[in-house]
Design a protein around this ligand. Sequence first.
Ligand SMILES: NC(=O)c1ccc[n+]([C@@H]2O[C@H](COP(=O)([O-])OP(=O)(O)OC[C@H]3O[C@@H](n4cnc5c(N)ncnc54)[C@H](OP(=O)(O)O)[C@@H]3O)[C@@H](O)[C@H]2O)c1
Length: 242
Amino acid sequence: MRAIITGHSRGLGAAICAALLEQGATVLALSRKGNVTLAARHGERLRQIPIDLADASQLLALTTTEDWHAFLGGSAPAFLVNNAGDLGPVAAIGRQRGSEIGHAIAVNVTAALILSDAFVAATDAASDRRLLHISSGAARSAYAGWSVYCASKAALDHHARAVQRDQVPGLRAASVAPGVIDTDMQTLVRSSTADDFPAIDRFRALHRDGQLQAPSDTARRLVDYLLSPSFGAQATADLRDL
Ligand SMILES: NC(=O)c1ccc[n+]([C@@H]2O[C@H](COP(=O)([O-])OP(=O)(O)OC[C@H]3O[C@@H](n4cnc5c(N)ncnc54)[C@H](OP(=O)(O)O)[C@@H]3O)[C@@H](O)[C@H]2O)c1
């Protein structure tokens, strides 16, 4: 089994990458920085490519290489996990910088859609191919101050719904909200102001009360779902309900 994952250098992505490797997958991992710990533990089964997902030209270059097609060719099951994410500007509309909007949409949406298309194009021969977007509760509940992040995650949800309608042979797709996890992104969330992000007290309380999910537990459950026969039965799901 082969898997591609974005954002494996830390946080949830590092934990998903570890869980996939522990399940015996060969993994191609894409982040700006590498993951020294996983490389030391898993050697050649982890291949890391440094890439800035905000730069579509780097993605287009990667997905037209012989390496990309060699990794994804053949009949073995193939998986793509679009995990990398950017919180984007935390502020009400009218106070968001255009450059931050562009960057967040490029990482959260454009990169995920380009990789998904290139993944499907290269896996015609795969007996089983699965596409997992890491979504968020913010795709389904609107939060003041998070309009860009909410819109980007809702885009992934709707992409998965429309991809299911494409009925591509052997392809399953799902966009899954993972819950609230103890990562750098949550540290960033808690550093907002109540003025920019009125719901901040809820997230500070989750941290204070020890309610944040561990990345390793979340990743194990996500990978169990990704590999399960029921994966993709619904285009969108919340890990807390599975
Ligand atoms: N944490 C939560 O509570 C929570 C809740 C719901 C959904 N999520 C979603 O879960 C996913 C993982 O979040 P996380 O909390 O683990 O975030 P994180 O700790 O901030 O890690 C983000 C990962 O994305 C990669 N990344 C970001 N920008 C990139 C870029 N321009 N190019 C390449 N890689 C990039 C980072 O790698 P480099 O910096 O090395 O490039 C890093 O590995 C995200 O999609 C997030 O929206 C998180």
